[in-house]
Design a protein around this ligand. Sequence first.
Ligand SMILES: Cc1ncc(COP(=O)(O)O)c(C=O)c1O
Ligand SMILES: N[C@@H](CCCC[NH3+])C(=O)O
Length: 387
Amino acid sequence: MFDAGRIAAFSHQETPFYFYDITLLQETLDTAKRAADEYNFRVHYALKANFNDRVLHAVCRTGFGADCVSGNEVKKAVEIGFKPSEIVFAGVGKSDKEITYALDQNIFAFNVESVQELRIIDAIAGDRGKKANVALRINPNVDAQTHHYITTGLDENKFGIAQWELGEAIETLRQCRHIELIGIHFHVGSQITDLNVFKSLCIKVNELNNWFDERGFRLHVLNVGGGLGVDYHQPDATPIPDFRAYFAIFANFLERKPGQEVHFELGRALVSQSGSLISRVLYVKNGIKKNFLILDAGMTELMRPALYQAYHQIERLGQIETASEPIHYDVVGPICESSDCFGKEVLLPKSERGDLIAIRTTGAYGEVMASRYNLRNEIRYVYSDEI
Ligand SMILES: Cc1ncc(COP(=O)(O)O)c(C=O)c1O
Ligand SMILES: N[C@@H](CCCC[NH3+])C(=O)O
C-alpha cells in the first residue's frame, strides 16, 4: 500500500496527518454497492464513522444514503448532496431543535429510541403541520461478540426500545396522529467479525416483524443497522471486507413480507482500510525495561487504542537497514496521559528521529474522534490523488 513513491511524497508533508487512499475507498464503495444491489438492499452510510468531505462526496456519488446521529450530521449530509429522502436519523438523545431541523428537511425517517421520544416527535410534527416517518429502534438483546464498549443491542445498553416496552410503544403510536410507523430498526454493535451474530439478529427481526404484522402494522422497512467489522491485523491481506458474504446472510435468513425493503447502516466497513494516520518519530528512548518511540501523533489524533485498547497495525515506512535486528518498542504519543499509547512491544525495524510511522486501518472512527486536548493542532489530511 505504501510504495516508495508514496513514501517519498509523504516525506515533504507536515506530520501528523490522515492519509486517505481515494482509489481503495472508491473500490470498497463500489464493491459494497454492487453486493447490496444484487439483493435490492439499500445502504445508508453511517456518517459518524467519518464525515470528511472527500469521503462523503465519494459515498454520496456511489449512491448510498446517509445515517445520521445528530442534527449537525443531518445538515452535513444535506450540504454534501444526499437526498433528504435517503437520510435517516437515529440517536438516543435527539434534542427538540434537532428533531425540528430534520423534520423541516423532510428526511426519510427517524429511528426512534424511546416511547417518550415518539410523543415528542409527534408533538413537534403536529406544531409544524407535518407527518414524521418513524422506525422503532428495538433492542433485540443479541450479543454482538465485540468489545463491551461498542456493543449496543443488549438489555444493559441504553440504545433502543426494550422488547417489554413494545406494547406501550404501539399503544402510543395508535394515539399519535403526526407519526407514520414505517418500520423497525436494529443495530447490535460495531466491529462484528462473526457473521453468526447477524444470523441471530435475523431470527429476532423475523420474530418482531411477525409480532407487528399480527397487530395490524404493515411495516415497509426492516433496517438492520451496521456493524460489519474489518481486519485490523492484516489490512493489506483483506483491504475490502467480504460484503457479498455479509449481505448473503440477510438474503438467506431474513423473512421479508411482500413489499418490504431491507436497509443497512454501514460505517466502518466502508471507510476503515482506506485511511492511515501518518506521523513522525520525534524521539527514541532506550530504557532498561522498555524502548519507546515517541511520535508526533497521539491519542488526540487517534483515540481508539486509549479508549478501547484497540489494536492497529503500526509500520515504519522507508528504507530498512538490514544489518540491524528489529526492536520491540512501545509506540506512544506526546500527550500527558499514560494511556496515550498506540501499541506495546511492537516489533519494528530499528528507528530514529524523523522516521515516518503509519498507523493503519484508521479511516473509521479516527479523525472524527479527534480532540484538541493539550491544545493540539487541527487534524491535517492528505489524499492519494493530490500527491
Ligand atoms: C445506529 C447505528 N447505525 C450504524 C452504525 C455504524 O456502525 P459500523 O460503523 O459498525 O458499521 C452505528 C455505530 O455503531 C450506529 O450506532
Ligand atoms: N467509535 C467506535 C465504535 C462505536 C460506533 C458507534 N456506535 C470505534 O472506534 O470502534
